[in-house]
Design a protein around this ligand. Structure first.
Ligand code: ZN
Length: 304
């Protein structure tokens, strides 16, 4: 009898222990992120101290992305939500606004110095939201993520700070490498024609003239007139290559190439760039660092 009682007691105690672990909200932070760039960043800073769920995978266009029912429940169960903001996630703005005050929502783009942002009449934010293409801005994202995680989970603050330090060094190494590679491309060849205007911050940082066929958001379609105008620009400036983007259908850039060819000039498709989403999770281009290196090598090789 005593033995049975002991077994029953130990089952109850063990059971309770397990419950606590599974419930474990206080033990591990549940983070929800939007774009794959932000997902990668939070994983770098949070390591195995946080559980990160990214809503948008490879090839997903954040301008057009709508929250599914599953996403809404992920968002409501999150301890912190990190997103780009500046109206990049155009169709999620309402969802985030509803959660303000009830949830810790962090729009990383809102912490950047406004006088350094590129203005835009298109977005309700009045700024171009593609800020991650400025490595210095992405460093500011990293600092902000570290601050929020440390506040929410102070017992792991020193580990978050160590991860932050290591990641900022990697971003500095990336910056030096990118500058070095682009320095080999003559300035007059630094013209970047892509499917939509995601690369304005990249252009500003490294001296490229950037032209996007669809404007700043993929929500607007390119018209026939845009294609004609841009094909003349390509011919006049002897642009060797134009680029498709992994998160935008390739037909617009193919139409542009056809327009140039029809005028008896040549332009190649220089490759596919990662603009508003990283590559497949688990691949080198599935990280911010790998994506940046890949883009720069594709651009420089095609235009040199
Ligand atoms: Zn975009």
């Amino acid at each position: 009898m005593k033995k049975i009682l002991l077994i029953v007691l130990s089952i109850i105690i063990l059971g309770c222990k397990n419950d606590k672990k599974e419930d474990g909200k206080a033990e591990i932070l549940n983070i929800v992120t939007t774009t794959s760039m932000i997902t990668d960043l939070v994983k770098n800073i949070g390591g195995d101290m946080v559980n990160v769920q990214g809503l948008m995978g490879a090839g997903v266009d954040p301008h057009l992305y709508k929250a599914s029912e599953g996403d809404v429940s992920k968002l409501f169960n999150a301890d912190v939500i990190f997103y780009n903001g500046l109206h990049l996630e155009g169709k999620l703005v309402e969802v985030f606004e509803k959660m303000e005050g009830k949830k810790e929502t962090v729009a990383l783009g809102e912490f950047l110095p406004k006088d350094q942002l590129i203005g835009s009449e298109y977005f309700a934010s009045n700024y171009d939201p593609h800020v991650w293409f400025n490595i210095e801005f992405f460093k500011k994202f990293a600092i902000e993520v570290t601050r929020v995680l440390s506040e929410k989970d102070p017992k792991n603050a020193s580990q978050y700070a160590a991860n932050e330090k290591a990641y900022l060094i990697k971003l500095d190494v990336l910056q030096a490498e990118v500058k070095n590679t682009i320095a080999k491309l003559p300035e007059e060849k630094r013209i970047l024609v892509t499917a939509h205007d995601a690369f304005n911050y990249f252009g500003k940082a490294y001296g490229f003239n950037v032209v996007g066929l669809q404007g700043l958001s993929t929500a607007t379609e390119a018209g026939v007139q845009d294609v004609q105008k841009l094909s003349n620009f390509i011919i006049d400036n002897k642009v060797k290559a134009i680029f498709i983007e992994s998160s935008v259908p390739r037909r617009t850039i193919e139409a542009l190439q056809a327009a140039v060819l029809s005028k008896n000039h040549e332009v190649t498709i220089g490759g596919s760039l990662y603009s508003d989403a990283l590559g497949d999770a688990g691949s080198i281009e599935g990280t911010y660092l790998g994506m940046f290196r890949y883009n720069v090598s594709v651009i420089v090789n095609a235009l040199k």
